[in-house]
Design a binder for this molecule. Structure first.
Ligand code: ADP
Length: 174
């Protein structure tokens, strides 16, 4: 499984994969950080599809995931998941973060995506401690890859050096 997991430092909007994952908010209407970068680079088609999802199901709950086109991105699809806001760790934050990775990967499998790139969900404005988030991210992805043989590659695309080092360490222990 470990050979299917990679880490790179960079901008997720530039990565050519079947699907990139967005750390969205529950409104699905865009925002700052990676969410803003994805909508800017991918163009208005992504927001149009997000609006249709909101009309149908009223947004996206924490830990859940929905899929749209990748618009002008090199990635075919964007899978939007909503990470938990860190409130000290006793509000189910870890389980919710694990659900983001699990649900994003199941949506990827349902849509025949074989290569998927993740940002470090919740570690920006949502304040999840990066060390804890890295353990959950790599453990959860490793677990899913043990069950979902249709996925060829999961790439963690880290924007900052700290996340890059932390994810690299976690991949090494698996
Ligand atoms: P959240 O609200 O889930 O914390 P943020 O977008 O604030 O979402 O941050 C999540 C992570 O995405 C952070 O580690 C941030 O550094 C990173 N990030 C921001 N822009 C990009 C980008 N273009 N590509 C990859 N990661 C990014």
């Amino acid at each position: 499984m470990a050979n299917k997991i990679e880490v790179i430092k960079g901008d997720i909007t530039k990565v050519t994969v079947d699907a990139i994952v967005n750390a969205a908010n529950s409104s699905l209407m865009g925002g700052g950080g990676v969410d803003g970068a994805i909508h800017r680079a991918g163009g208005p088609e992504i927001l149009e599809e997000c609006k249709m999802i909101v009309a149908r199901q009223g947004g996206c709950k924490t830990g859940e995931a929905v899929i749209t086109t990748g618009g002008r991105l090199p990635a075919k699809f964007v899978i939007h998941t909503v990470g938990p806001v860190w409130h000290g760790g006793h509000n189910g934050e870890s389980e919710k973060l694990a659900n983001c990775y699990k649900n994003a990967l199941s949506v990827a499998v349902e849509n025949n995506c074989k290569t998927i790139a993740f940002p470090n969900i919740s570690t920006g404005v949502y304040g999840f401690p990066k060390d804890k988030a890295a353990i959950i991210a790599v453990n959860t992805v490793t677990e899913v890859l043990g069950l979902e043989t249709s996925i060829d590659k999961v790439i963690f695309v880290c924007f900052d050096e700290e996340n890059y080092q932390l994810i690299k360490e976690q991949i090494a222990v698996h």
